[in-house]
Design a protein around this ligand. Structure first.
Ligand SMILES: *Cc1c(COP(=O)(O)O)cnc(C)c1O
Length: 405
């Protein structure tokens, strides 16, 4: 079984590039240029240097003590929460903004859910001197106001979208305007439309392993620094370069793609993808795309998609803005369809409990997204010698008001 992307940009039956004609030249140019960039030593060196001196990599691989005791395994946390700007998003944002500059683009747009990708992109744009516009769902602008203020402080402009109507032009199957819930889906719709309006001077920095080819592959490669560090850090700590389990939360799937990347072809490493079950997979309020989604198209790619009974994209819910999305990266759809990865759907309540537990056991306040991965620990039974690496994708400052009480 092959878990890498093929020439047409597919992982098995998932992926591809379903874009309006106006974007086709941009997408084709990007498909060539990102590979050239990634293979170019000077580009790689600048990327690696910024990851090291600016982001603070390598992020620590921390062997927990009380959390390990609680779940009866050797549980390591990959501390992406300690990166500059507080999550894994900065790895990809720096890579893509470097690429934008290399391609001569002066203006960067991005979508953001929790605001972490917006902050990371505005940061990279400030660093490299590019103009920056961030599209966010209206509901997310309200629930993530600290990140909105950070983006503006960094010189980015925030555009609030959705809440009332959303134009499904770019995703062919949507068609509905009454499903809009002012979240990540509307933000991606708006960013894609804006990219169609200004394809020449604008670079669209997608924040997850989603979107038309080459975005899923490009984002996974920029994030693959996570698993490459896990290999060398485990070799040092445990005398072997692989864990028994890698556990990560999946919204669009970028932190999971980065944490899984170097283990995809190593069948002895079990991969666990944790998605948002919201109020439960039996309720109408969830974002459990890998568990409940059907094959469809969204935002320029084919994947599992949450659809309603009429075949329109369904409204979603998760307490965590970063997981509140009706699609999922095509890599993950493929990993699950082929049985390579296991999915665990975690409710809002389980994620909140896991966030509080990590805070009290280890003194680390996790992002609610990452807390979905933490909650999966209670669903598995490990043996004492199992090495579990859990990707702690971000820190919880932005979520404190949801986690108190
Ligand atoms: C955005 C975000 C996620 C979800 O995005 P992925 O692309 O699935 O990684 C998870 N954790 C944090 C902290 C985030 O900011």
């Amino acid at each position: 079984m092959n878990y890498n992307i093929d020439e047409e940009g597919f992982y098995g039956e998932f992926g591809g590039a379903y874009v309006p004609e106006i974007l086709r030249p941009n997408i084709e140019r990007l498909q060539c240029e990102y590979r050239e960039a990634i293979d170019d030593t000077a580009f790689r060196e600048e990327f690696d240097r910024l990851l090291c001196d600016y982001v603070g990599r390598p992020s620590p691989l921390y062997l927990t003590s009380r959390l390990s005791d609680r779940y009866g395994a050797r549980i390591y946390l990959k501390r992406e929460d300690l990166n500059h700007t507080g999550s894994h998003k900065i790895n990809n944002a720096i890579g893509q903004v470097l690429l934008a500059r290399r391609m001569g683009k002066r203006r960067v747009i991005a979508e953001s859910g929790a605001g972490q990708h917006g902050v990371a992109t505005a940061t990279a744009c400030a660093l490299l001197g590019l103009e920056c516009v961030i599209y966010m769902g209206a509901a997310d602008v309200r629930r993530q106001s600290l990140n909105v203020r950070k983006i503006e402080m960094l010189g980015g402009r925030v555009v609030a979208v959705g809440g009332a109507a959303s134009d499904g032009v770019v995703n062919g199957t949507s068609g509905g305007t009454d499903n809009a819930n002012g979240g990540l889906r509307e933000a991606v719709d708006a960013a894609l439309l804006e990219w169609c309006a200004r394809p020449d001077d604008t670079f669209y920095v997608i924040g997850s392993a989603v979107g038309p080819h080459p975005f899923p592959d490009m984002v996974a490669r920029f994030q693959s620094v996570i698993s490459s560090e896990i290999c060398s850090q485990l070799l040092e700590a445990e005398g072997r370069a692989y864990p028994d389990y890698v556990v990560a939360c999946v919204g669009g799937g970028s932190n999971a793609a980065g944490a899984f990347y170097h283990f995809l072809d190593d069948a002895k490493v079990r991969l666990i993808a944790c998605e948002a079950a919201g109020e439960g997979i039996d309720s109408a309020r969830n974002a459990a795309t890998l568990t409940l989604g059907r094959t469809g198209e969204i935002h320029g790619y084919r994947s599992r998609v949450l659809l309603d009974s009429a075949g329109a994209i369904a409204p979603t819910h998760s307490i965590s803005a970063g997981l509140d999305y009706p699609g999922v990266g095509p890599l993950h759809a493929h990993l699950v369809a082929t049985g390579r990865a296991e999915v665990i759907a975690v409710t809002d309540a389980e994620a909140l409990a896991a966030a509080r537990e990590l805070t009290r056991l280890e003194g680390i306040i996790p992002a609610l997204e990452s807390s979905h991965a933490l909650a999966a620990l209670a669903r598995k039974s490990f043996s004492a010698n199992d090495i579990v690496v859990l990707n702690l994708s971000g820190r919880g400052d932005k979520d404190i008001s949801l986690m108190e009480n």
